[in-house]
Ligand binder design. Structure first.
Ligand SMILES: [Zn+2]
Length: 225
């Protein structure tokens, strides 16, 4: 009734799926692609040790903010992969790492929304994805929250290379909230990859504050400048 060839084609995938069920192939690290990932961790132990996550409270004048680490060589390398080589998986894994580090922080216990810093659509087209959205996707895998979104009003010139005063001027009124009505009386955790001068953070935080929300910040890394 069955042709022998058909039977062989059917047996092979069946056998393979049973084999993979008994001996699952290891999940490779999204950062180094060679180490294997232990259950519940976002990367291999060696990479996590190199990233060295620990909560750093930033001394901000008006709002509370924390970074998960310094902007050191290895994080610089990973962010280069994400921003210039369009690597999505390490961004999501770094988001999981951020959530694992932040979810026990007492200041963050009553957070209502995550607010990823938006990218202008021209830069979104160049990169294909917004790295802060990818961080939030990873965060939501281990610490689920509703997401509040903002957009940019106008294309902002590239921030790097500008002096701090120019950065603030460049970002003034650069953002708008997708749904300002939901913000009132809520705690919003603004998510960004790097905190340097804080110009981007303050621009968005002041906007949340204007709509009577309580902004806080969570950054993957901060630099000493
Ligand atoms: Zn690794």
């Amino acid at each position: 009734m069955f042709k022998s060839g058909t039977g062989r084609r059917w047996v092979k995938p069946w056998f393979q799926s049973l084999w993979e069920l008994v001996y699952p192939s290891p999940e490779y690290c999204p950062f180094c692609h060679t180490g294997t990932v232990p259950e519940g961790l976002p990367g291999c132990r060696a990479c996590i040790a190199r990233i060295n996550p620990s909560m750093h409270q930033l001394r901000l004048p008006r709002y509370q903010g924390f970074a998960v680490g310094y902007y050191h060589d290895y994080l610089q390398h990973l962010l280069y992969q994400i921003k210039y080589l369009n690597q999505y998986r390490p961004a999501v894994a770094l988001g999981r790492l951020m959530a694992l580090a932040a979810k026990e922080q007492p200041e963050f216990q009553a957070v209502d929304y995550f607010l990823p810093v938006p990218l202008h659509h021209e830069r979104l087209l160049m990169r294909g994805f917004n790295q802060t959205e990818a961080l939030v996707e990873g965060m939501n895998q281990v610490w689920p929250h509703r997401v509040c979104r903002a957009a940019r009003h106008k294309p902002t010139a590239f921030q790097s290379g500008l002096p701090p005063k120019e950065r603030i001027k460049n970002l003034r009124q650069a953002f708008m909230l997708a749904d300002p009505a939901v913000v009132k009386g809520k705690k919003l955790l603004i998510i960004d990859d790097i905190f340097t001068t804080g110009a981007t953070f303050y621009s968005l935080a002041d906007l949340v504050h204007r709509y009577q929300g309580v902004p806080m910040g969570l950054f993957l890394a901060h630099s000493d400048s």
